[in-house]
Structures are given as structure tokens and as C-alpha cells.
Ligand binder design. Sequence first.
Ligand code: EPU
Length: 421
Amino acid sequence: MDKLSINGGNTLHGEVAISGSKNASLPILCSSLLTSDSIALYNIPHLNDISTTLNLLNYLGVKHYWNKNDALILQSNQINCLEAPYELVKTMRASILVLGPLLSRFGEAHISLPGGCSIGQRPVDQHLKGLSALGADIRLEHGFVVARAKKLRGSSIRTDMMTVTGTENLMMAATLAKGQTILENAACEPEIVDLAELLNKMGASIKGYGTNRIIIDGVDQLHGAEHKVSPDRIEAGTFLCAVCATGGDIILHNVILSHMGSTVDKLIQAGLNIQFGDNWIKASMKSRPKAVGFRTSEYPGFATDMQAQLMALNTIAKGSALIVENIFENRYMHVQELQRLGANIEINGHSVVVHGVKNLSGAIVRATDLRASASLVIAGLIAKDETLIERIYHLDRGYDSMDIKLRNLGANIQRVTVDRE
Ligand code: EPU
């Protein structure tokens, strides 16, 4: 299992190309199940959750290859299995995203129920409630969700909370349903807009995406299309947090600033200097950051996927910050690891108070989930002497070559490959 060794203290300088969005790519890959034609996707990031999704799609019978322009071509004209097994679903909860497309196009799907995960329980009851409203017969059998429907029928669905993959699953299912579906209380994240744009290119009729009310008029079939996935706003935000914490000046390429408003606002409050153009952001930091508190919420609020990284920044900021996590019930696993590096953090239920200290000092720490890993990388870039981060397979699930990109910016960061932990 690989580890990361970081010797902190270097400022970051140079340019970095941000990869395509992981969380936009995952549903987009699954949407290829909705047609027998081929789909060509550009800007898909090279990271492990993508490989896991491709393994799952391959298991179902989807063929794929990367062409010479680095486009991923997928074709679902020979689906021979309607089951997502436990082994694949347990490593990646987003595997639930094959449920809507399989059920809608083939009338049946068997998906292993994902268990709880380190950031919270993460049930899928809203996905199932929505599919039932579309006429599916849903049963839980031997740890599997078994869903059947000869033909889904459009309906009005109000989810109890805004759910990102829930909205994506229902939107995909409704594209081939008979009649109109209205999704109320829909999530409005840019990843949903990305998916809806591709589905419309494939012949779907979706309106209102990007708002809390999405209207889908079902069509008989979808066809092939080409699509370029949006930049990863969380990867971009992670690099901005890193430079705000270490100091230096960097230019991010392939970014959409409007997707990152809440993160950028907080970093400006922390003292980061920002200039931007059409698809680039220049960020520089010369002083110690100021503490910035925040509360996570659905888009366009402050993203839960940036909470851990901004907490890492606050550990060495001037002053104290109150952080409240409102989306997931257990997303503070990084706190005790940051404390091992010398951070002064108090947890009280859903809130955390970070009292900034002047310096962190390197130690052995353990990554517990994807964004927790990113926060430890940022803390390691700040800390004096060596920080050794174990279990970085979590980082590799969701970041495309983060260690290489940081090294190119001047960080002293090395991947250590060990046979056994
Ligand atoms: N929820 C339910 N029932 C459901 C669905 C959700 O109770 O049926 C709850 C969840 O437990 C959570 C809240 O609703 O408390 C919101 O969860 P949501 O469904 O929006 O999360 P998700 O779709 O499972 C996606 C991202 C996450 C990101 C969240 C929130 C993907 C593949 N994953 O998860 O990304 O944190 O939205 O923005 O899009 C990450 O990239 O590190 C990551 C965890």
C-alpha cells in the first residue's frame, strides 16, 4: 500500500492543469447504459473511482476504450448482466448510479446495498422512494435492491432532502419513462447540470436542471453523443487551499470560477489574492492566513467536500474558526489526525472550533477518506519535518496525480510504495 512522505515548508509556485470532475464523470459514465449507441467523453480524470466504475460497467457488458485523443468511448449494445455485485459496490457507493439507467432501459436491476461508510450512514432510501414513485417494484433481497418495472411512468417526486446522486439516478431513470417527471427539491450541483447537458445531447428532454425543480419529458430512446466533462471544482479548491496555507503563487488552468464561489469567497477572507480569466485562476498568498469559519450546505453553499481542506488551512491561521458540518454526520475523521500534527481543534457534536497555531510538526498520520486525505496533504505541506500519510488509496480514489502535480509546484512530496503496511 502506498504512503506519501511530505517534508513541509516549501511555498508553491507554477502552473497546474485541473482534471475533469470525478463527481460529474461517475454518473456520466453510468448514463452510457441508457443507449446502445456509443458515447464519447472528454476530460475524464484518471483516478481509481473511474477505474472502479469502468470495471462495474464492464461486468455488466459495457465495452470501452480510450482513443488517441484521450477520449473515453463507451458502448452498451451487449448488456448481459443486470447485477452490481457487493465486491464492486462496497468499494464505491456511487455504483448505485447504475440502478436508474438499468431499470429504465432493461426493466430490471439488482444492486448490492452499499453499507455505511466512514463519513456517515449514507442511505439510498430517497433513490428507492423516487423509483417506486416512477412505478418500480422495489424489494430488498439477500442484501440486494431488486428493482423491476416493465415501463417506468413519469410522476412528481419530492425527495426528503437534496441528494446529489439521488437526483442523478432519478433524472437518468426518468429520461426513458412514459410521460413527464417532475423532481422537486432536486439538488443543483454543477455535476447535475453536466449530466443533464449530456442526457439532452443524447435526445432526452430535461429542463430546469441547476434549479430545485427539474422537469423531464420521457422519450422512447436515447442515442449516442459527445461530451466534455467540466473541471473538478473540488480538486481546484484543494489546490487553492494548499497555496493559501503554504504561501506562494500558482495558476490553475481548466477551471470554472463560478462553480467555486463559496470556496473562493472563504479563501479571499483568509487573505488569498485572486485574479481570474475565462478558464484560469491566479492565486497568491504572502502572509499567514486569517481564520475563516463556515457551515457546509448544498450548492451553492459551502461544499462538504471542501470542509476538511479548509479545516487544515485553519490549523495554522491567525485566530479561531467555527466549522459546522451539516451534510454528513461523521465527517470529522481527519480531526484526530490533524491533532497528531499539532493542530488545536475541539469537536462538539456537529461543530468544530479550530484555534490556529503558528506551526504544525510532521508525524505519521492515516488517511480515512478521500477529502480527509487531501486535508492531511495540505497539513503535511505546512508542517515542519516529515509527515508520512498512510492509506493514500483514499486519495488515489478521487484525485488525478495529486502528488505529481504538487511536486511540479515545488512541494517536497514523494510516494513511497510498500508491499505490506
Ligand atoms: N441521504 C439520505 N438518503 C438518500 C440519499 C442521501 O438520507 O437516499 C442523505 C445522506 O446521508 C447525506 C445527505 O442526504 O446526509 C446528502 O447526501 P447526497 O445524496 O447528496 O450525497 P451523495 O450523492 O451520496 C455526493 C458526492 C459526495 C458529496 C455529496 C454531497 C458523488 C459521487 N458523491 O454524494 O462526494 O460529498 O454528494 O455534496 O457525487 C467526495 O467526492 O468526496 C464525496 C463524498
